[in-house]
Ligand binder design. Structure first.
Ligand SMILES: Nc1ncnc2c1ncn2[C@@H]1O[C@H](COP(=O)(O)OP(=O)(O)OP(=O)(O)O)[C@@H](O)[C@H]1O
Ligand SMILES: [Mg+2]
Length: 466
């Protein structure tokens, strides 16, 4: 019996769980190079699934392969983690370790990352469940609009005073069906009906302002909104909007929130991914006994129990962090991974270096990924009926300029491509559709040169523009 259920789980999860090679292949669609990093995140992801197949007693012993990604800015560290989470449909949060350094209430407490993760997971599961019930919610919403237009059930009083209305009932039914057809055909879009909507009590909460009302808020906001009487008010809205409001309300009623929360917490515990950026900024370099190093070490010490595995209280319930995958990242220019406190180092056994990107990489990044910048701009201009194209040597020129500016000014990796492309295309983006009316625009090497070379030569100018 137990055997069979294990087998069932296996066949079910193999369907969607990618093998390490498949993960790398998926990541390749978005990220150029960085093969070592792709490989280790792929293994870490698969190991987590493998762990779930291991018999109970051993399973709890197997720890996640937490990873430190080491590399300069803008080379794909965050992008790899983000894509990985999306691939595996895992709840994902990105936090900056340095955010926790500020002392006092402005700095966020470290556990908030787990609360955020729970929040995201609940939202994801809720969205999934909502789309599962959407068809039914639509039908129910339609019913409610029809109820407003032509009530099927007459008030009891009218019925008892006037018992013989079978004929009238039938007429009502027919009219209702006619109206339903019109509703479905969109013929009632101009009409309005009255709906009861929840009067918003939330705006008041904004008073708490910018300092971490979300921390304070986790339970507090909920509490308040539960204490306050739910006010409703009547509003007259166009029928399409009413349909939307009803659909949401009906979907809300159809999904089982307890089930959503249960599934979400289970996903957080077994497949959550926390990306801790700028971990090097909390490594202490001097070995001082006071000052900033102490506060940095403090953050590491706060991180430790969460990474090691502890239980965090969220507003949805307890979350065990033992099997959450932590991917840390940092440039480690001055500090080294060995400057982290030993316990934390031990919790991040895998270190991978990412390479800085060269001209050839930039050329590929501009063209190959599914979200490549050239593809993005082509799609943007296509909405205006303009077909933009780039000659191959124009793209090479952009890559070359990006490399030059990175060398001269500051190396910000692939982010440089964004600033260069916006500068390059600024005039076109501004002039379409008013003064550029031709259907095709071709960007050549000369145009790139003309537009960018002056700025590149002038270091001061490029500091500001590119
Ligand atoms: N190897 C790459 N392939 C494709 N796109 C990349 C690559 N590296 C960076 N990019 C693009 O550059 C941008 C910045 O990358 P990302 O956010 O991953 O940088 P990072 O390595 O996390 O830098 P930081 O240390 O500053 O956080 C993203 O828009 C990403 O799509
Ligand atoms: Mg990053």
């Amino acid at each position: 019996m137990a055997k069979q259920s294990l087998k069932q789980i296996k066949t079910e999860s193999t369907k969607k769980e990618l093998t390490p090679r498949e993960v790398v292949r998926e990541l390749d669609k978005y990220i150029i190079g960085q093969d070592a990093a792709k490989k280790s995140v792929a293994i870490a992801l698969r190991n987590r699934w493998r762990r779930q197949q291991v018999p109970d007693n051993l399973r709890e012993e197997i720890m996640p392969n937490n990873i430190i990604l080491i590399g300069p800015t803008g080379v794909g560290k965050t992008e790899i983690a983000r894509r990985l989470a999306r691939l595996s449909n895992a709840p994902f949060v990105k936090v900056e370790a340095s955010k926790f350094t500020e002392v006092g209430y402005v700095g966020r407490d470290v556990e908030s990352m787990i609360r955020d993760l729970a929040e995201i997971a609940v939202a994801n599961v809720k969205t999934e469940k909502t789309s599962e019930v959407r068809d039914r919610a639509k039908i129910l919403a339609e019913e409610r609009v029809l109820d407003e237009l032509i009530p099927m059930k007459l008030p009891k009083k009218v019925k008892t005073e006037n018992p013989d209305n079978g004929e009238e009932d039938e007429m009502r039914r027919q009219t209702r069906e006619k109206l339903r057809k019109m509703l479905q055909g969109g013929d009632l879009e101009g009409k309005t009906i009255e709906v009861q909507v929840n009067a918003d009590t939330m705006p008041m909460m904004q008073v708490f302002g910018p300092f971490g009302s979300e921390d304070l808020g986790a339970n507090f906001q909920d509490l308040l909104s539960n204490i306050m009487p739910k006010k409703t008010k009547t509003r007259r809205v166009p029928i399409p909007e009413a349909l939307k409001i009803f659909e949401q309300e009906e979907a809300q009623k159809l999904i089982d929130m307890d089930g959503v929360v249960k599934e979400a917490l289970q996903r957080v515990e077994n497949s959550g991914i926390v990306f801790v950026d700028e971990i090097d900024k909390v490594a202490s370099t001097g070995g001082e006994t006071h000052g900033p190093d102490v506060s940095r070490e403090g953050v590491q010490k706060d991180l430790l129990p969460i990474v090691e595995g502890s239980t965090v209280m969220t507003k949805y319930g307890m979350v065990k962090t033992d099997h959450i995958l932590f991917i840390a990242s940092g440039a480690f220019h001055t500090a080294k991974p060995s400057d982290l406190i030993p316990e934390l180092q031990g919790r991040f056994p895998i270190r991978v270096e990412l390479n800085s990107l060269n001209e050839e990489d930039f050329y590929k990044i501009l063209t190959m990924p599914e979200n490549a910048l050239i593809k993005q701009y082509t799609a943007l201009l296509a909405t205006e009926g303009v077909e933009i194209s780039f000659t191959d040597d124009a793209i090479r020129e952009v890559a070359k300029v990006a490399t030059e500016v990175n060398e001269q000014v500051e190396n910000i990796g692939a982010r440089r491509l964004h600033t260069i492309m916006t500068t390059l295309l600024e005039d076109i983006l501004f002039d379409v559709p008013d003064t550029i009316t031709q259907k095709q625009v071709r960007i050549t090497r000369e145009m790139v040169h003309e537009k960018l070379s002056k700025i590149v030569k002038d270091r001061d100018l490029s500091k500001y523009i590119l």
